[in-house]
Ligand binder design. Structure first.
Ligand SMILES: *Cc1c(COP(=O)(O)O)cnc(C)c1O
Length: 383
């Protein structure tokens, strides 16, 4: 909770009640039995707190939640089957028809779809604002129930002063929620800046190995208790024991991986400044917002019109084309692909993003090799 040790040390700590084992056992069971009628009845009546059923609680999941709460310096955490399950289950626990949500523009596209296609039809009002308005306009949240923030936001990566935003929200009694997937707790701990609820797509840096889809929420005991009482058991999108095991495993190396991602990203940002075809680099780093202490490996670059983006993407060897990010492998996602998405309007289409933008996920390969791949592909795709 208010542990002063460095996060690298916290993430490497052996779990206390593990009988000496340094990793948690995978408790692959759906239910837990009771040794007497009395112990069963006591548990149901709330007079004891052992596990009953894995939809609600499981020791392997609890081990991950404990480590995650410590990493974010929160009182408690609850795991989910995906980042979207964490987001939707949290929003549904705290908003009701007639409430008003203020959300940042350029929010994660499926968060936008959840707000538009699922909450709006239930009578929740949703408004979108440029990120700086949450900081610069103290009256923005006057009639709002919940402020939904991403810092930095998806694809354009604008970092927000979360401490100021949280101060404004508190004055209006507004609940604040931040998607902290980009920074991870290694580079940003929103609860320490006054934010109420942090969520993660644990599929990204927390897993780190591109082998898990999962989510997690960290907040005060009261807020987590509300989610555990309502949407965790009743929507049932719980985290599975094996996935929880993989996430605990991921957290052990999170600090080391973030340092390596940061070193590669710093090198790219330095060298991109000298590349004539690059109009803009979106990659916030240490101190670009209060409480932001590092640069992750996910950034976007806007090219000028001389670059053929399809050719560039195909000319890359180490960067593979694909969605998601935060794993060991480098990836490219051209904005044109997102803009071409059929069906419902997504947040990219709604709030606009340059078709010359590409998102890069710098993985754990050698930064020199990644840079060589990038410049060679650029040479092959510039008119
Ligand atoms: C991927 C992502 C999500 C959704 O997480 P899933 O685990 O894919 O459900 C939410 N927010 C951000 C910023 C993401 O990148």
């Amino acid at each position: 909770m208010s542990d002063r040790r460095d996060i690298a040390t916290l993430l490497a700590a052996v779990l206390p009640d593990s009988d000496g084992a340094v990793t948690p056992p995978i408790v692959q069971t759906s239910l837990f039995t009771f040794d007497s009628y009395k112990s069963f009845e006591d548990r149901m009546a709330g007079r004891s707190d052992s596990a009953i059923y894995t939809r609600v609680e499981n020791p392997t999941v609890a081990a991950f939640e404990k480590l995650m709460a410590e990493a974010e310096q929160g009182e408690a955490a609850v795991g989910f089957a995906s980042g979207m399950a964490a987001i939707s289950s949290t929003l549904l626990a705290f908003v009701k028809p007639g409430d008003r949500i203020a959300c940042v523009e350029h929010v994660y596209p499926d968060t936008f779809r959840f707000l538009e296609r699922m909450l709006r039809p239930f009578g929740v009002h949703i408004e979108y604002h440029a990120p700086e308005r949450f900081v610069d306009d103290p009256e923005l949240l006057a009639d709002v129930t919940l402020a939904y923030l991403e810092s930095p936001g998806s694809l354009v990566f604008e970092a927000i002063d979360l401490r100021r935003a949280a101060e404004h929200a508190k004055r209006h009694n507004v609940l604040t929620m931040v998607d902290n997937s980009w920074a991870s707790p290694v580079f940003q701990r929103p609860l320490t800046l006054g934010i109420d609820i942090v969520i993660h797509s644990a599929s990204k840096y927390i897993s780190g190995h591109s082998d898990t889809v999962a989510g997690v929420v960290v907040a005060s005991l009261d807020h987590i208790a509300r989610i555990r009482d309502l949407t965790l058991p009743l929507l049932g999108a719980k985290l599975a024991p094996f996935e929880a095991f993989l996430l605990t495993r991921g957290l052990r190396t999170l600090h080391a991986r973030m340092m390596q991602h940061q070193a590669a990203a710093n090198m790219f940002v330095d060298r991109l400044a000298a590349i004539p075809q690059v109009r803009q680099v979106n990659s916030p780093g240490a101190n670009d917002a209060p409480g932001l202490t590092g640069r992750s490996g996910l950034m976007s670059i806007e090219f000028d019109d001389s670059v053929d983006i399809a050719k560039f993407s195909d000319a890359l060897n180490l960067f593979r084309l694909g969605v998601s990010w935060g794993g060991f492998e480098s990836l490219i996602l051209p904005a044109r692909v997102g803009l071409a998405q059929a069906g419902e309007q997504n947040s990219m289409q709604k709030f606009g993003v340059s078709p010359n933008l590409v998102r890069l996920n710098l993985g754990l390969e050698s930064a020199d090799d990644l840079w060589a791949d990038f410049t060679s592909a650029l040479a092959k795709s510039t008119a």
